[in-house]
Design a protein around this ligand. Structure first.
Ligand SMILES: Nc1ncnc2c1ncn2[C@@H]1O[C@H](COP(=O)(O)OP(=O)(O)OP(=O)(O)O)[C@@H](O)[C@H]1O
Length: 341
């Protein structure tokens, strides 16, 4: 190649490079202005909350519940009625919670239901009952959740005739550790700013699946005007200062006391009765009489200490759910290595 050809060749290469750079810039700008159908959902996917919650028409819910057929009711709480439902063309059973109309009315304009549900539907954890979607219409607020068998912890512990024997010490420890991990996840790892507060941790909000794993349900939505069902599971400050992570810790402590004693909270009486006995190590009086006490009491002593710390009077002095979950995880591991007896 002579010098003139070399110059021409280099000029041609430079020109080609400049054209390619210009084409790339033009392509980039046009993509920004007009996102292609492929890129748009990807952007939405970056917010798992927006991507997951499904908005159902009221007619879909009506079809799935056979017109809110009372035969499909699986639970009735102070905030709503829960139905077992199946959407036409779908095999999976779901749980549909229809909020009481009086609460919907009372909380009209209080918070943006759909955006709260979208945030909650981003929860993804083995100890959390997933929220799948919602339906909203005048006077109607409905939450669609994954259906979790077999029962809630309140029923197993206090109502089912064979509940106590099904819930041996090993299972109680697994359930307690699972609930702790579930609430820790809500508090610390949910996408909502500052985490998500459950609002009322209690045994009926702990669903137990067929493998006796605990799944925390009904989290993050608080309707004003609801008192029934909360008393005994929230701390004294709740009534002036509202729900907080610390009030969730208190509720968890009460759940742990119910697991240890087999007794119901009875509007806070359980805390007053059980905590002094646990502190004095009077386990013969305090442990669930329907179970044989383990011969090695180390686990029970530790669980009693955790429960007492969680229901402490002062919010500031309570452990965080991160600390509680860490202790219960260790207890679970210890149990796997050494057992209760
Ligand atoms: N996702 C679910 N899968 C299966 N059963 C569920 C599900 N969610 C709720 N339930 C059942 O419905 C019952 C009623 O639930 P809900 O949260 O409305 O009230 P509660 O906890 O019993 O009472 P309250 O809200 O007054 O404290 C639960 O205890 C549980 O047995």
């Amino acid at each position: 190649m002579n010098t003139a050809e070399e110059i021409a060749y280099n000029f041609f290469l430079s020109l080609l490079a400049i054209i390619i750079i210009f084409l790339n810039i033009a392509l980039l700008l046009s993509c920004r202005k007009n996102p292609s159908p492929e890129t748009e959902p990807e952007l939405e996917d970056s917010s798992p909350a927006a991507a997951k919650a499904r908005a159902y028409q009221l007619s879909d819910i009506d079809a799935a519940t056979d017109g809110f057929n009372p035969l499909r009711i699986i639970g009735q709480g102070s905030s709503g009625t829960v139905y077992a439902a199946v959407f036409p063309g779908d095999d999976d059973l779901v749980a549909v919670k229809r909020i009481h109309p009086s609460l919907v009315l009372l909380n009209a304009g209080g918070f943006e239901f759909s955006s709260v549900i979208k945030t909650l539907s981003s929860a993804h954890h083995p100890n959390i009952a997933p929220v799948l979607g919602f339906s909203q219409a005048p006077g109607e607020r409905i939450v669609v959740m994954e259906f979790i068998g077999i029962q809630n912890l309140n029923h197993l512990l206090h109502e089912s005739p064979d509940g106590a024997s099904l819930l041996d010490w090993r299972r109680r420890l697994t359930i307690a550790a699972g609930v702790a991990r579930g609430i820790e996840y809500l508090h610390e790892r949910m996408s909502a700013p500052g985490g998500t507060i459950h609002g009322c941790v209690k045994p009926s909000k702990v669903l137990i699946d067929e493998r006796f794993r605990a799944k925390v349900c009904d989290y993050g939505i608080r309707f004003n005007g609801r008192r029934r069902g909360i008393v005994g599971y929230v701390d004294a400050e709740y009534w002036n200062r509202g729900a907080s992570k610390e009030s969730d810790v208190y509720g968890f402590g009460v759940v742990l006391l119910e697991l240890l004693t087999g007794r119901k909270s009875e509007e806070g009486l359980l805390v007053k009765w059980a905590v002094p006995l646990l502190k004095e190590m009077r386990f013969g009086e305090v442990l669930d009489p329907r179970l044989v006490a383990p011969s090695d009491m180390k686990m029970i002593v530790r669980l009693g200490k955790v429960a007492s710390a969680c229901v402490g009077n002062c919010r500031m002095s309570r452990p965080t759910m991160v600390q509680v979950a860490a202790i219960l995880n260790c207890l679970e591991l210890d149990h796997d290595r050494f057992g209760f007896d």
